[in-house]
Every structure is written in C-alpha cells, then in structure tokens.
Design a protein around this ligand. Structure first.
Ligand code: SAM
Length: 291
C-alpha cells in the first residue's frame, strides 16, 4: 500500500490540506529551526501548541501571524477531537511543543493516535531532540540505547524504577528537572553503584552548554557543592553484561558471603547481591534459607 503523503516530487515541500505536521522546534538555539519547519509554520492553517505563549514568541520572532490553539496534557481529549475535525474538514495543522520534537516526553502521541484512527495523514518535520543530542555528545555507547524519559517524581517510585533498570545493559537516556537532579543522582548511586559512567548534558545548544562525563560518585560529589541550573539530559552507561561481572561464577550464598567478608552485615550483603543480580531481596533471602 502506498502511504506516501506526497503524490509527486513537486509536492514534497508543499503544505497539503488535511495533513498534521509534527514540527520540531529548537531546544535553545533559534538557528536550529529548519527552513522547512519555518515554511510549514508559515503555510499551515493553524498551529497547535503545548503552551501558546511560548510558541507565540517563536512565531512572532519569525514574523508569522497565525491562529493558534492550545493542546496539552489537561485538554488533550477535547482539543484533540477539535483538531482532528478541523483536519478532516481540509485544514492543515502544525503541532509544536515548547521545545524539541513533539511526542517525545511532551504532548503529541495521543494526537497522532487519534489522527491515525480518523484516517488523517500525519507527517513530520524533524529537527532537534534533546535525547538524541545528548546521546551523541555523551561519549557512551550509542549502538543500543533506551529512552526512559522522566523518572517518577516521588522518592519511592523513583527508587523502584531505578532498581528495575539496574540490569539494563543498553545506554539509558533520562530527562531530569534541575530541582530533582541531586536526589535522582543519589538514588542512582545507591542502586547502580559508584562506578557507573554518566554524562550530564546541560543547556544543550545554548551559550552555557556543558557536558560532564563522569561516574555516579563523581556526579553526586560535584552536585554536593554546586547548584543544578538549567535543563538536563542524563546519559547513563548500561550495566555490564552478567557474564562479565565478578559474581558470574558464584552461587547466591557465595555472592552474599563475598560481601560479608568485605565488611557488610548479612542484610546489606543480601541487598548488594540482589542489586548486582537485578533481582528482589526476597529472592536472595529465599535462596539463603535453602542453605
Ligand atoms: N520533546 C522534547 C525533546 O525533543 O527533547 C523534550 C520535552 S521534555 C518536556 C523537556 C525536557 O527535555 C527537559 O526537562 C530536559 O530534560 C530536556 N531538555 C530540553 N531542552 C534541553 C536542553 N537545551 N538541554 C538539556 N536538556 C534539555
């Protein structure tokens, strides 16, 4: 089946009626807006924005005066339907979010799904995405990676999610708010160990862009004396494959005994073994009961 949006080569850069365009916008450097993104914003019938005030600033800078409609987490059901109906009536729409690629940790995925249900054509005008920009700058393996987005904001949920990710061998991409950075780094260090490599990518594409390539212990120590400022993407090295870990050939009791011999209490030794193996403490406890 030919799903192409474009019927001919000439139409490639034309804004077509009844099409939703997912338009990536800069994450800090206005010059990163593509020529096609500007053209689409100029030519569509209306723009759906995560925050109309934010996007109006961008449109004003570009000298574009255009009807805008807000589309965000708390109005997405009603507004999504309205946008889809306008698209069905033949209008064209650009969806933009506050920064970066729509539908990556910001509104968009529901609208794409809804449009697909309505049989509306959706296409993209790709550009900046903070996750990929940080990944390629991190110096960590890029061949296989996992996008995790934001960790839960409550401590218990965050710790739980970090422990679920402990055995993930692929490079991890996380978004983090500056006011939660120190807590998240401490929780990661406690669960993933001091030596796990991390790149803290701050204020990407902006004047104060900074990439700090270190370990979890290094990051925790740095942010004990420095206030986190600006926007961050964290790129975390994956876990070493199990076969390469020091405990690969040990039974669970031997693994726990190893930590006890290194000065940990039985309880802490079981916790450490559970963390290494990416299993729950109760699994270790059960194995130890069999001894
Ligand atoms: N959809 C966007 C994208 O394409 O990356 C991300 C939206 S998400 C709501 C916003 C998060 O992206 C921020 O909290 C931060 O973690 C990250 N981010 C956005 N711009 C950034 C920048 N210039 N430098 C570092 N991180 C950034």
């Amino acid at each position: 089946m030919n799903n192409s949006v474009y019927q001919s080569a000439e139409e490639k850069n034309k804004v077509l009626p009844g099409v939703l365009y997912l338009v990536a916008t800069p994450i800090g450097n206005l010059a990163d807006l593509s020529e096609r993104a500007e053209k689409v914003l100029r030519e569509v019938d209306f723009v759906a924005c995560e925050d109309t005030r934010n996007s109006m600033k961008l449109l004003t800078l570009l000298g574009i005066s255009k009807p805008v409609i807000s589309y965000f987490e708390h109005n997405k059901t009603a507004k999504g339907r309205e946008i889809a109906e306008r698209l069905q009536s033949g209008q064209s729409c650009a969806l933009v979010t506050d920064a970066g690629t729509p539908a990556i940790s910001d509104p968009g995925e529901d609208l794409v799904r809804l449009c697909a249900e309505y049989g509306i054509t959706v296409t993209s005008v790709p550009g900046c995405c903070a996750a990929i920009t940080a990944l390629i700058l991190s110096g960590l393996p890029t061949g296989k990676f996992v996008f995790e987005g934001f960790l839960p904001s409550d401590k218990k949920g965050r710790q739980q999610r970090i422990s679920e990710l402990a055995r993930e061998e692929r490079t991890l991409i996380l978004y983090e708010a500056p006011h939660r950075l120190q807590d998240s780094l401490s929780d990661m260090e406690a669960s993933l160990g001091k030596d796990r490599p991390i790149a803290l990518c701050r204020e990407l594409t902006k004047r104060n862009e900074e990439i700090m390539r270190t370990t979890l212990a290094g990051a925790v120590a740095h942010y004990k004396t420095t206030d986190p400022r600006g926007e961050y993407v964290l790129i975390l090295g994956g876990a070493k494959p199990k076969g390469e870990m020091f405990f690969a050939e040990m039974t669970i009791p031997e693994h726990v005994a190893f930590y006890e011999q290194n000065g940990l209490s039985r309880m802490d030794a079981m916790k450490a073994a559970a963390r290494d193996r990416g299993v729950g403490k109760s699994d270790i406890y059960k194995e130890m009961q069999k001894k």
